[in-house]
Design a protein around this ligand. Sequence first.
Ligand code: MOS
Length: 736
Amino acid sequence: MKFDTPATTNPIDQLKVIGKPTDRVEGPLKTTGTAPYAYERHDVAPDAAYGYVVGAGIAKGRIASMDLAAARAAPGVITIVTARNAGKLGKGNFNTAKLLAGPQVDHYHQAVALVVARSIEEARAAAQLVKVTYERTPGKFDLQAEKAGAKMPKPTAFAGPPQSKVGDFEGTFPTAPVQLDASYTTPDQSHAMMEPHATVAAWKGDKLTVWTSNQMVAWSVGDLAKTLGIPKANVRLVSPFIGGGFGGKLFLRADVLLASLGARAAKRPVKVALQRPVMINNTTHRPATIQRVRIGTTRDGKITAIAHEGWSGNLPDGSAETAVNQTRLLYAGANRLTTTRLAVLDLPEGNAMRAPGEAPGLMVLEIAMDEMAEKLGMDPVEFRIANDTQMDPEKPGRPFSQRKLVECLRTGADRFGWNKRNAKPAQVRDGRWLVGMGVAAAFRNNLLTKSAARVRLDNRGMVTVETDMTDIGTGSYTIIAQTAAETMGVPLAKVFVRLGDSAFPVSCGSGGQWGGNNSTSGVYAACMKLREAIAKKAGMPAADVEFADGMVRSGERSMPLAEVAGSDGLVGEDFIEYGDLDKKYQQSTFGAHFVEVAVDAATGEVRVRRMLAVCAAGRILNPKAARSQVIGAMTMGVGAALMEELAVDKRRGFFVNHDLASYEVPVHADIPHQDVIFLDETDPISSPMKAKGVGELGICGVGAAVANAIYNATGVRVRDYPITLDKLLAGLPAVA
Ligand code: MOS
């Protein structure tokens, strides 16, 4: 199905199943511990041996020698995989050959060996006996120090061009009556998902199956095949349940490659879970940024000039953090400049983490907007509203398909009690607590990408959906079941959804908050094909059939679907693909975050008291699942504001706090009260579902709303995240 004209009324609009706060269809499997996660596939590989990863002990250099004798002789050891015996590894799309180091070492904890043994204890014990000596080369580990040498990266499909210029920023800014020029930093952050990267790999002849935890099944099949130098058709990847990804599982990682190599060498299935203390430096993280924002306005608060520049670092072939990109679209202003620069660093690879670009970008831009509102003596909600635009500010004449930022801000201000905020900082006391409120806008694009599915109807009237789409905890199973039930006119209980298997049609996968809209659109397309097949078999005119209550009807005739299916059943398979509607219209999602904090006047301890998110993100397919996405994202945003930071050892080049004891994330006690409001909207430009995404929108802006609330509470403006109490102490008002 090609989607190239705005959606008109279709079966989804019935809203009998779609739009309902349905419980997770796979919830019982998860709560009873029977959902098979990758490392628990005892059913498929009961005889699996255990792999244990040895990570490089240096950040940059060479392996001078490896002594494996003691490890090989240790009890239970079956084989040890290193770059010397692994055979030649090919380069996938993401330089996957580097998932196994040697002799060159590119970053700390890059895998140098996999020890395979009968038990995990034996593998772990033997791994300690692997003796590696290194020749260290000096590396670059300090973003601030490398900032001056950073260059503009090549444009990519995801990132767009590294620079955009509209009008004359440099000429206009100095003449603006009110000006802000401020610099900010955001730290490296870890995905810290609950389930580690884990894989069971098994070979049958030259055919490989991996049961793993991966967001993008087709990408990773392609990369695994290229890396191993085998045909794609010989690789099957199965990833039905994922304990969180946040972007850390978009790509093939070391667990998949090493389990595959280990299983080939051991001649039996091998399972590998990246040990938590190795995971953080071995895999990817959200890169740290330095950002500079300049805003110039008229006296009455109209932006005339806006510039946002961002710097991040990465390994030589790594990508840049596109923290400036939302500034191309979020506010009006005739003179504009955005620039992304990338420095080479020898730290572990930086890559996508929940709302890559926008998350750190809005943490900064939305503090700058707060600072500017204060300079103008304007309410920060009103300042944002005064600079709303319904047109792409960089491309005259190109409208947003839907843009309800103003409604999000107004609704939120009303519901949160924003009028109770004291505009003057450090005025509100509650015992020893200083209390303040903050606001920030949320913005994230809506990306359209091809997605396929297959739907079967059987003689029990069951509808089975198959697509390689993944569910990373987001609710894919549930919204896909709702889509099929709605389109086929059957109850939810009559739909069975099978996901995350490369044997199924290729979907959009889970990433960039595109999963919900695109995967359900692909399922909708396949269901429409199945409806045609049913009508044809029932001898009814395809243009005049109705599907409801498990029946197909046309005029006076009706038949149960089960009967039409017959013993052979019927199948519909199709994909959604898109024309150029997203070139004619800018498709984005919008929101507003409101936060109240209390800061201990004596210690600087920050407690978040209340949070509200208002989101405008097209049709909400399942308000319960969507709300869960947003409150999870808000929680992650509080982590980003107050605690999350990978501490860089700038001499040795690694993240020091590489475990969940020392990489701090919010716990229940940190998050007292959260509310989410979805504006009632449908976007017929986005897809037949008229939906968009919310999973990443929810984190965008949260950090800044917290930062702005802290400023309002204390009068201390912190421009370097996370806002830990040491950064507040010196500026706190004297305790009476
Ligand atoms: Mo997302 S960071 O594209 O999983």
